[in-house]
Design a protein around this ligand. Structure first.
Ligand SMILES: Cc1cc2nc3c(=O)[nH]c(=O)nc-3n(C[C@H](O)[C@H](O)[C@H](O)COP(=O)(O)OP(=O)(O)OC[C@H]3O[C@@H](n4cnc5c(N)ncnc54)[C@H](O)[C@@H]3O)c2cc1C
Length: 376
């Protein structure tokens, strides 16, 4: 068993990997290196409660770490030598390891280096954005996925005039046409201005920002929030020999090599259907559990078996969804009513269940999603 495990990244994947090592009986040393100076926090809360009216930047509390690791926070790993099992930190410190967990997450895509183009990935990003939004600037949000819609919802709630740019119906790619349509209608009712387009460029103009759409239209606003996807944090691995076409790929036990595992937003997992990223909170947790077990047990560890789970809070609506994105077919309304935007829904064909503004324990939602269609 490894005597020194180094975990790179102090997000939910890094935290879960450390806690899981201990739960499985690992008694050796653990060192966690985290670029952010903060203890692990809830990243999903950054675009939800953290942007709610009020002075607090409330991101809730996570259960305290149980890994008893030496934590090097506010420090960055800048290079990795897998042959000699050495990770190098930003100050030149070298950490030798027997086992390594790569959990460095991802960073937001952006168009410019302008401080008036905001992204929201870290607690510090959220604090900076909220401090600006409370002055009620005009805001352009680029991207109508969960992040863009949650930020838009928060900004409208803080009294800002907000325009969101997205090709097609916001949220549809993530939730399918029915649920995407419900959230989009709620957004329009609450005053969001939606433009169906792509962005070709963003630049500073005067005291504000100018966003050029693909048809040449130029929109100006005080600030821009870009919520147009994220890119894995793999720059520190560039000379490690671990990347394949610039990507970090792990097997179904989250192993990159015998002594290196990876979990969370940074990695693509190959479960036999080609390498895929699953950049969501519960995937990071499940992958980290499997990764930690694989460091200890190798081939005897269970492979990843993950049922997709996603949630969002926006426009006064809470949505939880288990299973793949439902397409086309009408759901069975198990409880409540779609008109009232309060319902439990089931798509038996795709194995999906959703609770819209309804309290429902996640295990029950998973069970409903897996329930076979009723035979006529
Ligand atoms: C605003 C926001 C809202 C979200 N909402 C939802 C949601 O509602 N539902 C959902 O399922 N998912 C949501 N997600 C996605 C979810 O938060 C991520 O999938 C999850 O946090 C990934 O965890 P992680 O540990 O892999 O990466 P991260 O949480 O990104 O943690 C990685 C950590 O590693 C650090 N790091 C990076 N490079 C280095 C280095 N070289 N050395 C040391 N440390 C390093 C980073 O600073 C970071 O602290 C949201 C994400 C964001 C940004």
């Amino acid at each position: 068993m490894s005597a020194h495990v180094v975990i790179v990244g102090n997000g939910i994947a890094g935290l879960t990997a450390g806690d899981t090592l201990r739960r499985l009986g690992y008694e050796g040393t653990i060192t966690v290196v985290g670029e952010e100076p903060h203890a692990t926090y809830s990243r999903p809360a950054l675009s939800k409660v953290a942007l709610a009216p009020g002075d607090d930047l409330d991101v809730g509390t996570l259960p305290a770490a149980t890994h008893g690791a030496t934590e090097l926070l506010g420090r960055t790993v800048t290079g990795l030598d897998p042959a000699n099992r050495v990770a190098t930190l930003d100050d030149g410190t070298e950490l030798t390891y027997d086992g390594l967990v790569i959990a460095t997450g991802s960073h937001a895509r952006r168009f410019t280096d302008s401080p008036r183009e905001y992204t929201i990935r870290s607690l510090d990003d959220a604090a900076r954005l909220k401090a600006s939004l409370v002055n009620r600037p005009t805001v352009t949000v680029i991207g109508g996925g969960p992040l863009g819609m949650e930020v838009a919802s928060g900004a409208v709630g803080l009294g800002c005039d907000v325009t969101l740019i997205h090709p097609g119906t916001p949220m549809e790619l993530h939730l399918g046409p029915l649920l995407g349509g419900i959230l989009t209608r709620a957004a329009l009712e609450q005053g969001l201005n939606i433009i169906d387009s792509m962005v070709s460029s963003v630049r500073e103009e005067g005291e504000g920002m100018a966003v050029t759409l693909t048809d040449g239209t130029v929109l100006t606003s005080d600030l821009v929030v870009t919520a147009a996807g994220d890119l894995p944090n793999t720059a520190w691995l560039e000379s490690s020999g671990l990347l394949v076409d610039g990507r970090l790929i792990a097997d179904e036990r989250c192993r990159v090599t015998d002594s290196i595992v990876a979990a969370g937003d940074v990695v693509l997992i190959d479960r036999g259907e080609g390498p895929r990223r699953t950049p969501i909170w519960t995937a990071a947790i499940e992958q980290a559990k499997v990764a930690a077990a694989a460091l200890i047990r190798g081939d005897d560890a269970d492979p990843l078996d993950f049922q997709s789970y996603f949630w969002t809070d926006q426009w006064g609506l809470n949505l939880k969804m288990s299973g793949p994105i439902p397409q086309g077919t009408d759901p069975v309304v198990v409880k409540g009513s779609l008109e009232e935007r309060s319902a439990v829904l089931h798509w038996p064909e795709s194995g999906t269940a959703a609770a819209l503004n309804m309290r429902m324990p996640i295990p029950r939602l998973h069970t409903l999603a897996r329930t076979e269609p009723a035979t006529p």
